[in-house]
Design a protein around this ligand. Structure first.
Ligand code: ZN
Ligand code: FE
Length: 257
């Protein structure tokens, strides 16, 4: 299974999963249909699945047009998003499994950004080095999603589930927010050498016009402030030893950043 990354709208990424043997493809969070249709055409692949992480328009905006062109494609989303995702046919819950081209993906219920948000994780198979995590707007490179429909408590639980996945997991998040995220991270921890180094790498990559997605989960565990609620530095900033309060404090700082 190959993963292709397509830039869309102002700062979204759409992902296309592609199996070259079977010539089939799936898409994760199609913000718009056009770039997906173009790629399917180039690959001469048939679209068999649309995996949505949550109901926001910049994640489901392409569903209608894609379904029109590929009526046989199955549209997946969260059970909690019933009525909010165009053409949704499969209503997923924590622990459910999805399949694509003989591969199984695990579904995680990760509310916080929205009340129904889910993530899809495809573990590595036969000799692959890493699994693929499609986290939508829950975990970003160096950041996390805003709490539109959830609480810090929910988000800590949700991010905690994703944090438990293997270090080598590739994190495919739905936005290129990384530079802004590390501008925030360095403002919170100006003396943290890990964050300093990461901030430099990210600045360099963006200067060269390179995407920062995917990143590795081990990198996120080291340098993403929104996964480090047990960290003394960050607990000092938040003036709390409580993980949820520490996370919540950082999240509201970021909202005002
Ligand atoms: Zn969103
Ligand atoms: Fe989004």
């Amino acid at each position: 299974m190959e993963v292709k990354r397509l830039p869309a709208l102002s700062d979204n990424y759409i992902f296309v999963l592609y199996d070259p043997q079977q010539k089939v493809a799936a898409t994760v969070d199609p913000a718009e249909a056009k770039p997906v249709l173009k790629l399917l055409n180039e690959l001469n692949a048939e679209l068999v699945a649309i995996f949505n992480t949550h109901h926001h328009f910049d994640h489901v905006g392409g569903n209608r047009e894609l379904k029109k062109q590929y009526p046989q494609a199955t549209v997946y989303g969260s059970a909690e998003d019933k009525g909010r995702i165009p053409h949704q046919e499969v209503f997923l819950k924590e622990g459910d499994t999805v399949t694509f081209a003989g591969r199984s993906g695990e579904v995680f219920f990760v509310p916080g950004h929205t009340s129904g948000h889910i993530a899809y994780y495809f573990p590595p198979v036969n000799g692959e080095d890493a699994g693929e995590l499609f986290a939508g707007d829950t975990m970003f490179v160096g950041g996390c999603g805003r709490l539109f429909e959830g609480t810090p408590h929910q988000m800590v639980e949700s991010l905690g589930k994703l944090k438990n996945l293997p270090d080598k997991t590739r994190l495919w998040c739905a936005h290129e927010y990384t530079l802004k995220n590390y501008q925030f991270a360095i403002s919170v921890e100006p003396n943290n050498p890990v964050v300093q180094q990461r901030y430099q790498q990210v600045q360099q990559a963006r200067k060269e016009g390179k995407a920062t997605v995917p990143s590795l989960l081990e990198e996120e565990k080291r340098s993403n402030p929104f996964l480090r609620w047990e960290d003394e530095n960050l607990q000092t900033v938040a003036q709390s030893q409580d993980p949820v309060k520490t996370f919540g404090h950082l999240r509201s700082m970021k909202d005002r950043f």
